[in-house]
Design a binder for this molecule. Sequence first.
Ligand SMILES: Cc1cc2nc3c(=O)[nH]c(=O)nc-3n(C[C@H](O)[C@H](O)[C@H](O)COP(=O)(O)OP(=O)(O)OC[C@H]3O[C@@H](n4cnc5c(N)ncnc54)[C@H](O)[C@@H]3O)c2cc1C
Length: 309
Amino acid sequence: MSIARSLLLGASRSRWLAERFMRQPFARRAVRRFMPGEELSDALRAAGTLQGDGIGSLVTRLGESLTGESQADAVRDHYLAAFDEIHARGLPTRVSVKPTQLGLDLSIDACIGHLDALAAKAVQTGNELWIDMEDSSYVDRTLDIYRRLKARYAPIGLAIQAYLRRTPADIESLLPMHPIIRLVKGAYAEPPHVAFPAKRDVDLAFVAIAERLLEGASRAELTPIFGTHDMSIVRHVNARADALKLARTSYEIHMLYGIRATEQKQLVADGRTVKCLISYGAQWFPWYMRRLAERPANVGFVVRSMFMK
Ligand SMILES: Cc1cc2nc3c(=O)[nH]c(=O)nc-3n(C[C@H](O)[C@H](O)[C@H](O)COP(=O)(O)OP(=O)(O)OC[C@H]3O[C@@H](n4cnc5c(N)ncnc54)[C@H](O)[C@@H]3O)c2cc1C
């Protein structure tokens, strides 16, 4: 792992730094590159613009570790209202959540209850519920939650991280459920016995797992989603899907708001299904540090924002 990446991932866990950084006007200007605003309405406005370009969307409210169960109740209520708002606006927008945001650290039973309520709401409003994958200490619990929910509700997707050594086995174990899997490289700092430390190995793992998922899709075992901005991997996925004669609607490419915007439009013009994950919310510091860690050159935007009005 590069020094810049480990420093930025270390910074993402510092409350001290978060409090100071988030107060700076230049920091708020810099974060706008990846986030249209702090409110749900800001995210939905951006979703409407993307819809005009033929790009679907997902929204997620930032905020991770909670200190009390009432906060998890409030997050659940926020997302329940978000499903209604998306339905009322007729947007092609899905909802993506983090289990710790719904109190996984406080009570797994309460967290499952909240996710169950959100999954039921997703079904009722013709939507989908997406579950993000957090650091490796949460993987067993998140898989357990996914299995339980997927047994009750069809439209539920799960993010799976290619950098984890365990991931191929986890995918095989999920196949009997006809899962909806969003494959991502993985965004957290993990020890080498848990995750591949070298980027090249992560990329190779992503490609190998992507091929497995596409073959599974050709046998209707699962629905694969590829969450990456790595255009050589995206091209490889599309070529492999074409070789397997997969319908273009049977898999999707997901990217983050503000990254590879031109390529997202080109993929749509090429007939591919593309969705963009839009984040919003006041608790953006750890998430923003992870985005900088993915591409330390992005720190240049922060520096430039210091000199902009
Ligand atoms: C829709 C979606 C959902 C995700 N959900 C999760 C999740 O649940 N759990 C999790 O651990 N991770 C998640 N991630 C993050 C993911 O794990 C990676 O950290 C992130 O996508 C960067 O990896 P990459 O595949 O784009 O490849 P990389 O090799 O990191 O990047 C490829 C190229 O894309 C561009 N790029 C990548 N990141 C940035 C950036 N921040 N700014 C500017 N350019 C960039 C650069 O040109 C880079 O060279 C998600 C990502 C996406 C797109």
